[in-house]
Design a protein around this ligand. Structure first.
Ligand code: GLN
Ligand code: ZN
Length: 773
């Protein structure tokens, strides 16, 4: 630890793992394809870790962190560490990297000659809190056994030590780990799991102590959730035991993503040596915490936003830091980003093309580390206001506040002028349904798809050549039109009732709109990990949003012009665009969302004017936008619904609005979904159809429903018979007039060899069902 008296201590809770140019992604994919060796993969990992440590060192962070790297996912690493490999993977003892990949991705192709039912299915994945990062969900089985089964954290600690850094290893805490897992058998009790995992964590801490560690960070982000008293009690049980296991090893308990609320008492009473606290999301609670915090323990202030890309406002941060220093002695106050930096892109240095003014408002991971270091110095300086770095920072902050790039009075006025009538359709659903039936002339159980068709290598190649300016617009347009023509013909041959244009012009359903909307910025290299080797490049919303040009009209209009069947116009909804972007922090999320909704509204209107009688507004991220605490749900749902209605309610009664959501746990938000008042909703149903159908029936969902009868996430081709089984089941509970038939999501990741027979079977099932009734 660098110990100097004129700076506060600093550390981070994790650095991006993918490498500044996504080296990890390419190394992983090449290894999985058998094109490179394990040795090469490990070499890439080593250099990513080394670079991260060097950066932290160069920025003079007082403590350098280790074990924040992962080949795939840190929860998966944790389950390997404690030996919680599900039995189906037949593993005993140390977990190899290949086994780890198999757990995450399923068996490698080379071994797939066997009967697929004999291959262990991969572990489930789900979103990490309210981020777009996915973790592997641990599974706990009956008679679950834990044993120390990996040396990864120790190896990384030793590597850092070898390079001269006494690091603070970061581990997912035992209680969050158990909480985030799934019990495979209802008879498994939490206390049984808790009792079994304690000795493993004791062993881990002892090992770190013997390796010479000073601090270890245990992340317990579930302390920012509504957790039951059983889980709360677990903290009182586990932490004293961990402390006893290695009394001289100091424990930093890290919480992030929200306020502690009723869990504050826990962190103030259990025997830990320091607490990390997310000031960016829970600043309002800081005063209460300061009053109850033990002045002999470390408090790590998460002062820099680890979830967003904006420059820190030093004057605000220093105010908070100085206030905290009235309660906590300087040597015990640490500064940090609010959470791991792996939710933001690596470095602004890679951005060569973005507008210089906006660039000056941004800070990615590397810049955040610099900010941290500067804040640590400024905090203890008498006349920090005279410091050049401070002045420069304030200049950028001021400039952003008043920039003409951000503020567009006409958008603000338009939003303020919205009336209640703008937010509802002219007539109730029943009446609309009749008008739409007349206009569209659809059979019972109409068949359709969710929008995208396979994105072949050729489509991707031409699109990227066009982006690079290697082919002219005219040529590109012709190519896309040709693709549309083929896919329309294919859908007609298959016999689908409502067609789509295939979305060949879109690389990503959010980026496509981000590129066209005012107020959005697309980075060149702003990648963040989504899961495993998959990365996403979220657009940055920096200013008031509006539609500056038609976004989809050209393609949809063309597609409609070559068929007599109804063509669906295809849009991404405002909540999803918001959720999958970096969002302004200078106005409430809901304001930004409503601005996006207005822009989509313009597009909806123009689609209608151009003869599109069916328009789908996808909102796959509506549910994941739910706040972490239940108390905040209502407010969110209210504005999310409002946004959808702003976007969709401008059309005539005879125009049919669809929405699509791809997840299956609808139970708790069905009422909200009904309030969207979409004429048709298409859902993921194939994986959990019973549950889903059940919750819709219980709620008496009033409008039309398209059941996802084909699980497009798997390469399997569903048979006509199995589709019929799902449909018959649905028919036993839904009125026949309200049922649609569709796959459960877009087809862009599938191949035509899978798509054609599957859609044929789907259409045949609908035909058979029409005959049955
Ligand atoms: N329309 C989009 C598609 O078909 C929907 C994607 C999604 O739901 N994630 O690809
Ligand atoms: Zn979907």
């Amino acid at each position: 630890m660098i110990n100097s008296n004129n700076r506060l201590h600093t550390h981070i809770l994790g650095y991006p793992r993918i490498g500044s140019r996504r080296q990890l992604k390419f190394a992983l994919e090449s290894y999985w394809k058998g094109k490179s060796s394990l040795h090469e993969l490990i070499q890439t990992a080593e250099s990513i870790k080394k670079e991260s440590w060097e950066k932290q060192h160069k920025a003079q962070l007082s403590i350098i962190s280790s074990n924040d790297f992962s080949f795939y996912d840190h929860v998966l690493d944790t389950l390997c560490l404690v030996g919680a490999v599900p039995k189906r993977f037949k593993s005993n003892g140390p977990v190899s990297l290949d086994l780890l990949f198999t757990m995450a991705r399923g068996m490698e192709k080379s071994r797939q000659g066997q009967d697929p039912s004999l291959l262990p299915h991969p572990m489930e994945m789900t979103k990490w809190f309210d981020t777009n990062y996915h973790y592997i969900v641990p599974e706990f089985e009956k008679d679950q056994h834990f044993s120390l089964s990996s040396t990864k954290p120790f190896e990384e600690f030793k590597q850092a030590k070898f390079l001269g850094y006494l690091s603070k290893p970061i581990l997912l805490g035992p209680i969050s780990f158990l909480f985030l897992g799934k019990k495979k058998d209802p008879s498994i009790k939490n206390d049984e799991l808790i009792a079994k995992i304690i000795p493993i964590y004791e062993e881990i801490l002892k090992e770190f102590y013997s390796l010479g560690a000073d601090w270890v960070e245990l992340d317990e982000p579930i302390l920012t959730l509504d957790i039951s008293s059983e889980w709360q009690k677990a903290f009182y049980e586990i932490y004293p035991r961990l402390k006893l296991a290695a009394p001289s090893l100091k424990i930093l308990l890290a919480t992030y993503f929200g306020a502690l609320k009723e869990n504050r008492e826990i962190v103030c009473s259990i025997p830990i040596d320091g607490l990390h606290y997310d000031c960016t999301r829970a600043g309002h609670e800081l005063q209460g915490l300061l009053q109850s915090w033990d002045k002999n323990k470390v408090l790590s202030l998460g002062i820099i936003d680890g979830r967003n890309v904006w420059k820190n406002d030093f004057s605000q941060s220093l105010k908070i830091i100085h206030h905290t220093l009235e309660f906590i002695p300087a040597e015990l106050l640490w500064l940090a980003p609010s959470c791991s930096l792996h939710f933001v892109p690596v470095s602004l240095k890679e951005e060569k093309k973005i507008n210089a003014e906006i660039r000056n408002w941004l800070a990615f991971a590397d810049e955040k580390i610099e900010e941290l270091s500067t804040l640590a110095t400024l905090a203890l300086r008498e006349n920090y206001q005279n410091d050049d770095q401070y002045k420069e920072n304030q200049k950028a902050i001021e400039q952003r506040k008043t920039s003409g790039l951000i503020h567009d009075p006409s958008v603000k006025e338009r939003l303020a002028a919205l009336k209640e009538t703008d937010l509802s359709r002219k007539s109730p659903y029943r009446q609309r349904k009749e008008l739409q039936a007349k206009k569209l002339g659809l059979p019972l159980f109409p068949t359709t798809t969710i929008g995208s068709f396979p994105q072949t290598a050729e489509v991707r190649k031409i699109r990227s050549q066009y982006r690079l300016g290697h082919i002219a617009e005219e040529q590109y347009d012709q190519f896309i039109q040709e693709e549309i023509r083929k896919v329309v013909q294919l859908q007609e041959e298959i016999g689908l009732d409502v067609l789509v244009h295939g979305e060949f012009e879109r690389s990503d359903m959010v980026e496509y709109f981000g590129e066209k909307l005012k107020g959005f910025l697309i980075t060149e290299n702003g990648w963040v990990q989504s899961y495993g080797s998959r990365c996403v490049k979220p657009p940055i919303i920096y200013g008031d949003v509006s539609r500056q040009m038609p976004m989809t009209i050209k393609w949809s209009k063309f597609a409609q012009s070559i068929t007599t069947k109804p063509m669906k116009g295809m849009l991404t909804g405002p909540v999803t665009i918001l959720q999958w972007s970096f969002v302004r922090d200078d106005q409430p999320r809901k304001t930004t969302a409503k601005q996006i909704a207005l822009a989509i509204r313009d597009e909806v209107k123009e689609l209608e004017q151009n003869g599109l009688g069916v328009i789908q507004i996808d909102e796959p991220a509506l549910r994941e936008g739910l706040p972490l605490r239940k108390i905040d749900w209502n407010d969110y749902l209210q504005w999310a619904i409002e946004c959808f209605r702003i976007a969709s309610c401008c059309v005539e009664d005879s125009t049919q609005i669809h929405t699509h959501m791809c997840y299956s746990e609808f139970g708790d938000i069905i009422e909200a979904i009904a309030k969207l008042d979409a004429d048709v909703i298409s859902l993921e149903a194939s994986r959990s159809n019973l549950e889903l159908i059940d919750s819709f029936v219980r709620f008496r969902y009033p409008n039309d429903i398209g059941l996802g009868v084909w699980d497009i996430h798997s390469p399997r081709i569903p048979t006509t018979e199995e589709i019929l089984v799902i449909l018959r089941k649905a028919l036993s509970v839904f009125p026949k007039e309200s049922l649609w038939v569709n796959p459960d999501c877009g087809l862009k990741t599938r191949s035509y060899e899978e798509v054609i027979p599957s859609l044929k079977n789907m259409v045949e099932a609908a035909h058979l069902l029409r005959k049955e009734i």
